[in-house]
Design a protein around this ligand. Structure first.
Ligand SMILES: [Fe+2]
Ligand SMILES: [Fe+2]
Length: 259
């Protein structure tokens, strides 16, 4: 309880803010956690509080340069499964899509692609999620998997009668009946159509389950072996190795580091 808890009147907004700040500092072991510009852009602002200003507001404190104690603790050498458990905001959609692919008897690479297809959304950012997701996994999976995760984003918007894939009703609801994908998405689709891995990306769309069935039994354990065989887990830990996407995994680990 904060210092104001005994007061009989409700706290004013600025008292509430003080109390929140105080509690945050305790949880942060007296460090200053910073928000990157991306967080404020999402609130429609381009401002950034400068380091100097934050130091002036928090005399005697240092910036957080490691793990944020408010977030679940990551092991010393994190694996993909640790990110599933401790960083991804929600895994139901991924597990349900992958379970669908598994039950359909599809190839392991397709199942893995379904399991990872939206990790961009659940860990990082919605905009261009297929591209972000593919970049995250590219050094660790077969090219077929990362390529398919990248282009599923574009294929989602275009039907393919040969596999019974229609434009999703949900997209009409989400984006309006007159929504048209941007030219770069259309161009991605056109390039993908004749690519050797087209059908793997298309199968992500076919198995992309939108409505989470509360009775569906899904379990990450069902995919541990498939991950083990198809995702090259670095011995140093994901993010602590040296690949073109290691920094992205580190950012997921330590999103509030000052630098
Ligand atoms: Fe997606
Ligand atoms: Fe999806």
């Amino acid at each position: 309880m904060g210092p104001h808890a005994a007061a009989s009147r409700p706290l004013t907004l600025s008292e509430q803010a003080d109390e929140l700040e105080e509690r945050m500092m305790e949880e942060l072991d007296d460090k200053i956690a910073t928000k990157s510009v991306l967080f404020t852009l999402a609130d429609g602002q381009t401002d950034m509080v400068s380091g100097a200003q934050l130091m002036a507001e928090n005399p005697g404190k240092h910036f957080l340069m490691g793990a944020d104690p408010r977030l679940p603790k990551m092991p010393e050498k994190p694996t993909l499964i640790d990110f599933f458990k401790h960083r991804f905001a929600s895994t139901n959609h991924l597990l349900q899509s992958a379970t669908h692919a598994l039950k359909a008897g599809l190839d392991e690479k397709v199942v893995l692609a379904c399991l990872l297809h939206d990790i961009g959304v659940v860990s990082f950012i919605r905009c261009d999620h297929g591209y972000w997701g593919a970049q995250l996994i590219e050094p660790y999976v077969d090219e077929e998997v990362s390529w398919s995760v990248r282009v599923h984003q574009a294929l989602r918007f275009f039907p393919d009668e040969s596999v019974g894939y229609r434009y999703p009703d949900l997209y009409v609801k989400f984006f309006g009946a007159d929504y048209k994908p941007e030219p770069y998405i259309e161009a991605e689709y056109q390039r993908a159509r004749n690519h050797k891995y087209y059908m793997t990306a298309r199968l992500i769309c076919v198995n992309d389950i939108y409505s989470f069935d509360p009775n569906a039994k899904v379990d990450l354990d069902d995919f541990v072996d498939i991950i083990g065989r198809n995702f090259r887990q670095p011995k140093e830990g994901l993010g602590l190795d040296n690949t073109p996407s290691s920094h992205m995994w580190r950012t997921l680990m330590w999103p509030t580091r000052f630098l």
